[in-house]
Write a protein that binds this ligand. Structure first.
Ligand code: GAL
Length: 384
């Protein structure tokens, strides 16, 4: 079993003093940290700060209990992207049953950005407080003075309460009528595509209390504005929401995109002035076909381009058995971006694998092909 293997390797590595240095990426394989333990940073993202990469992700334990947060957010550091040093738990879950991040809550897809004005490291994540399944759909925010933490949990909320999305017509800028609410309450909305999905009701229902926010990412634009991109409206639409100058809250300037299309696992990059958004369909931990969308303005209009994965048979149709989590810009190289994705193992969550693949550009559009192994020289070859 993978865990037994991880332990064996760990013993060998300790005897040798450290792990042998890696020089390649092996998508989907076990990936050992400096202690010889499989990296535990699922649904993660990477921050580059002062010459070091920091990889943050969900720490998962063995078995199905690992699908809930038992430990917190794990962080690793690296200067070469192949070899990662365990920096411990950046944000720990709490043992206080009154805490919103009590052990056993659902805390997913953490992302960290640095705020140059406050000099704080700011973490956002999807939070489902204990005991309500995925119904709460909240955003959590934590801060730290150092990239590796410890992070202090500030609060959780549903974003953009009391403001309308910028890109909706005047006729939709009104809370639900009693009749519409009654109609909505009749519907069984499972968080995935259903033909009766009511495209224009949920964001109006949630106007006062704030918008649902599940799978998410953060993105800092060249002009210093930061954005929170999250699956909202029972996963039926994505929202792109600008953050305040301190990155701790939404400004209220936001748009909803692709209502009724059910995108999740958003990951954003900018290339030659265009924004490219990678995402997935909503099929839980089961892989599906990735989606790529493009816009010239982050607030849209956005256009769906289809599946960016190329290759034979099922491989491309199921995103190489994975689901997007982040697009990592490689420092010091032109046109160099890594597609980071998770291959979930919900029956033994700790054994989830990381699929990192290089993004290629075909006629101005990012595409992703499978590589059993590859290294950063790929980008020298492919740079145009
Ligand atoms: C996926 C989602 C993950 C996690 C998982 C739980 O759809 O992208 O972040 O929530 O479901 O089953």
């Amino acid at each position: 079993m993978a865990n037994a293997r991880a332990r064996t390797q760990s013993g060998a590595a300790k005897a040798a003093g450290s792990q042998p240095s890696r020089r390649t990426f092996q998508p989907g394989a076990l990936w050992f940290d400096n202690h010889g333990v499989h990296i535990n940073a699922h649904g993660g993202g990477v921050l580059y700060h002062d010459g070091i990469y920091f990889w943050f992700g969900e720490h998962k334990i063995a078995g199905t209990a690992g699908n809930r947060a038992q430990i917190g957010v794990h962080v690793y550091s690296s200067s070469d992207l192949y070899n990662w040093r365990d920096e411990g738990i950046a944000l720990a879950v709490s043992d206080d049953t009154k805490s919103e991040i009590v052990r056993g809550c659902i805390l997913e897809r953490p992302k960290v950005i640095f705020n140059p004005r406050t000099k704080k490291f700011v973490m956002w994540f999807h939070l489902e407080p204990f005991g309500h399944g995925y119904a709460s759909a909240r955003s959590g925010v934590a801060v730290a003075d150092k990239p590796t933490g410890p992070y202090t949990f500030l609060r959780s909320f549903r974003p953009n309460a009391g403001v309308w999305p910028q890109n909706i017509s005047t006729k939709l800028r009104k809370p639900l009528t009693r009749k519409e609410l009654a109609r909505l309450e009749q519907l069984d909305l499972p968080g995935g595509a259903v033909p009766y999905y009511p495209k224009d009701l949920l964001f109006r229902r949630d106007f006062a209390g704030g918008q649902m926010a599940r799978d998410m990412t953060l993105f800092v634009d060249d002009d210093g504005h930061a954005y929170h991109i999250y699956a909202s409206e029972e996963n039926g639409a994505l929202h792109i929401s600008r953050l305040s100058r301190d990155f701790l809250s939404p400004t209220g300037k936001f748009v909803r995109i692709f209502p009724g299309r059910f995108h999740e696992a958003p990951a954003l990059m900018k290339w030659h002035g265009k924004y490219f958004l990678f995402s997935s369909d909503c099929t839980g931990c089961e892989p599906n076909a990735a989606r790529l969308s493009v816009a010239e303005n982050i607030f849209g209009p956005w256009e769906e381009l289809g599946n960016p994965c190329i290759g034979p048979g099922d491989q491309a149709a199921n995103t190489f058995n994975s689901q997007s989590t982040f697009i990592l810009p490689v420092q010091g190289k032109r046109d160099a971006f890594i597609f980071m994705a998770d291959s979930w193992r919900p029956e033994n969550a700790i054994d989830g694998r990381y699929v990192w693949l290089p993004i290629e550009f075909h006629r101005g559009v990012p595409v992703i092909a499978w590589h059993d192994h590859w290294d950063l020289n790929f980008f020298n070859k492919e740079s145009k």
